[in-house]
Design a protein around this ligand. Structure first.
Ligand SMILES: [Zn+2]
Length: 240
């Protein structure tokens, strides 16, 4: 019987770290019972995100060689990332301002979550080695309410439909789990505090620079969420 009980998307961002912590704690999962998957898809901030993912993985004692997969989807998402300001091959600047601003729409990478989810479901089903689990293996995405406005593949309608597709395509051996779906960013930080998430290891900024900019929509939303909880974000920002 496979010992893998959950397969996580681990981007190195705040949401994926909190989703990992919440799931491991509430489902009582050991590090050897999970697989973390970090996707490379040709974004401007890839190197910084990947470093953060590595630190979060280490913090949770998930084994590097056996339980952390780094999967390159840049070829599959090449067309999509070219039309997004997030894409490394797109010269457009990362927009600054509030996350819900219309300008943030330029950061959408078409089909990204659908692609991620397909790969996660495949990894989860493959981990079973043809055996049928007593409880479906969870594929875990950190999608949340704050993303719903701009990103259609983060909305509850998508999550419901995609969850059904995952169940059907794996004969109910794998299920989708989105513990942050009804939370906004402030609630995610609150959950992260409660579950002792190492915020200092996470990376949220969309820009290609070591220190987070504090001005892009992603940074602004993160800073507002920490302020709403009355605590200071432990990461360093430009100018600090
Ligand atoms: Zn930023």
């Amino acid at each position: 019987m496979s010992k893998i009980k959950a397969v996580f998307a681990l981007s190195g961002g705040l949401d994926s770290a909190v989703a990992l912590a919440v799931t491991m704690e509430t489902q009582n999962l050991k590090p050897e019972e999970v697989i973390a998957v970090t996707f490379y898809y040709g974004s401007k901030h890839a190197v910084w995100e990947t470093r953060a993912a590595e630190k979060v993985r280490q913090y949770y004692s998930i084994a590097a060689w056996t339980n952390h997969l780094k999967i390159d989807l840049s070829a599959a998402l090449e067309v999509a990332s070219k039309v997004s300001s997030l894409g490394a091959m797109n010269p457009a600047a990362i927009p600054e301002g509030h996350y819900n601003d219309e300008t943030m729409r330029s950061t959408v990478i078409p089909g990204r979550n659908l692609m991620f989810l397909s790969v996660l479901a495949s990894v989860a089903e493959a981990s079973l080695g043809g055996m049928r689990p007593e409880v479906p293996v969870k594929v875990v995405l950190g999608v949340h309410q704050g993303d719903h406005h701009i990103y259609p593949d983060c909305r509850p309608e998508f999550v419901r439909a995609a969850g059904e597709a995952v169940c059907e395509s794996t004969d109910y051996s794998v299920g989708l789990y989105t513990p942050l779906l009804d939370m906004d960013k402030a609630a995610i930080v609150r959950a992260g505090i409660a579950f002792k998430v190492p915020f200092r290891h996470t990376r949220t900024c969309y820009k290609n620079q070591e220190r987070s900019c504090g001005k892009c929509g992603s940074c602004v939303e993160r800073l507002e969420a920490f302020a709403a909880n009355g605590i200071t974000d432990p990461i360093l920002y430009e100018g600090q």
